[in-house]
Design a protein. Structure first.
Length: 462
């Protein structure tokens, strides 16, 4: 019966003592190779007594397992103590462990120990585990004791592996946290650093500050297209709009990023909605707003046109949304001709360029009068560009001014000294539109002849 007074210990057998003495005297290695385990229960009784190791033993009382050692080492705290270790896999067992023996390469029992009874279960018993068995025994000289194993037939304990790894890893490296490291061909970190820029990290698929700013709609959510482009060479019902990325949003504020966006829209399609007008026919000599649409459930994207002739197209689509499409983004507004087709146009981002349209022509003296640009730019236009010309039938100085407001803000001026019958033209760009579709004009003439003033529009920004 095992109780609190039981003693557990390991000793060298008489054979073991003789072999160690021989190894010490001759200076030859003494190779311990195997560990045996037994249950000390030959009679298979229910509660066998705990065995007491004897130096005269040449075998265990009832050995049921013998395998090569996994490790044999000197105790780091006491050089007179040898530690032997063996690992029992999870698929072996179903027996008690009460006695332990060590064998040398000649097969002789050289050390024996008892231990607190331990049951090693099998996986099939529902409690399989890998178990480590160790024996610590005292010797007079540990210098000639060596381990002889076949590494192909034994398991290594985690502690052994950890120690082995530490032995091969370099110890002269700087400790710390690094965002970028360099490893050698064996997977060992040899250096590390902390770049403070995306370029330093080698990241190329990020946005620049300018690109991010181009995606932000001031006063609104970050919705729209990055590097959008659409080119219509001649009047057409069909056009393709492409963008590096489009950010769409639903009415709840949830956003989605659509990479490599490229979709077709047909203004004359009989079927309305996806890839067409939302409802009805395209406006004649008007404007259509183009929206990116997204169905997050089916991961589908499309392009849709909405009549924007008489309204300012909002950031999110206010047209009739197709079923399942809950997110959208305003991309641009483009003009249509007298047949309801796209006019020849180039869209680059928020900029729309087209063939010049004559917005004004006259020869009167003007004192800051309003001019409607409804025939040239949509209600969504926030800037306009083009060119204006002055001429006279006589020599002299003549001037033509265009303003963003009636108080003279945003002035664009063409003042010239002309020869009778000659014309002077100047381009202008980025003239702000404060009141939708409206600018202001003024003229002056000191030539003494009949003047002529013309204003042409060939682009706008929305």
């Amino acid at each position: 019966m095992i109780d609190a007074n039981s003693q557990f210990f390991a000793i060298l057998t008489n054979v073991g003592l003789a072999k160690q003495a021989n190894a010490d005297a001759l200076g030859i290695p003494w190779k311990i190779t195997d560990m045996g385990l037994g249950d000390a229960n030959l009679d298979e009784v229910a509660d066998p007594p705990n065995p007491v190791p004897s130096p005269t033993q040449t075998k265990l009382i009832n050995e049921w397992r013998r395998r090569p050692l996994n490790q044999l080492k000197i105790d780091p705290t006491n050089p007179a103590i040898i530690i032997a270790e063996q690992i029992i896999p999870a698929d072996e067992g179903g027996r008690w462990i009460r006695e332990i023996g060590l064998y040398d390469e000649a097969g002789d029992l050289v050390a024996v120990a008892n231990c607190a009874p331990s049951y090693k279960p099998l996986l099939s018993q529902g409690s399989g585990r890998t178990q480590v068995v160790r024996m610590n025994f005292i010797v007079s000289n540990a210098g000639n004791i060596t381990l002889k194993i076949d590494p192909a037939v034994v398991l290594a304990s985690r502690a052994y592996v950890d120690a082995a790894i530490l032995e091969v890893l370099p110890a002269n490296k700087t400790a710390g946290e690094f965002t970028r490291v360099k490893v050698n061909n064996r997977g060992v970190v040899v250096s590390g650093d902390n770049p403070d820029t995306l370029a330093g990290m080698g990241i190329k698929n990020s946005y620049t500050k300018a690109e991010v700013e181009s995606m932000i709609v001031l006063g609104g959510p970050m919705v729209g297209a990055l590097k959008a482009q659409m080119y219509v060479a001649a009047a057409s019902a069909v056009a393709t709009l492409a963008a590096v990325e489009v950010v769409v949003q639903d009415i709840g504020g949830k956003s989605y990023r659509l990479k490599d966006f490229s979709q077709v829209v047909n203004l004359t399609s009989v079927v309305k909605g996806l890839g067409a007008m939302d409802v009805g026919a395209a406006p004649v000599s008007g404007y259509v707003a183009l929206y990116a649409l997204y169905n997050p459930t089916a991961n589908l994207r499309s392009l849709m046109a909405v009549n924007a002739t008489l309204v300012i197209a909002p950031t999110l689509c206010a047209g009739v949304m197709p079923e399942g499409y809950t997110a959208s983004a305003f991309l641009t507004v483009v003009p249509t001709d007298e047949s309801g087709l796209f006019k020849p146009v180039l869209v680059e981002g928020r900029q729309v360029t087209f063939n010049a349209i004559a917005a004004y022509g006259g020869n009167s003296a003007l004192a800051v009068i309003p001019l409607s640009l409804a025939g040239a730019v949509p209600l969504n236009a926030v800037e306009v560009e083009g060119f204006f010309s002055v001429s006279s039938s006589a020599n002299g100085t003549i001037s033509f001014d265009v303003y963003a407001t009636e108080t003279g803000l945003g002035l664009k001026r063409n003042t010239a000294s002309v020869i009778g019958g000659g014309t002077n033209s100047q381009n202008f760009e980025k003239l702000p539109i404060v009141t939708p579709q409206r600018v202001y004009l003024s003229t002056s003439n000191s030539t003494g002849g009949v003047p002529s003033y013309t204003l042409n529009i060939n682009g706008y920004r929305v």
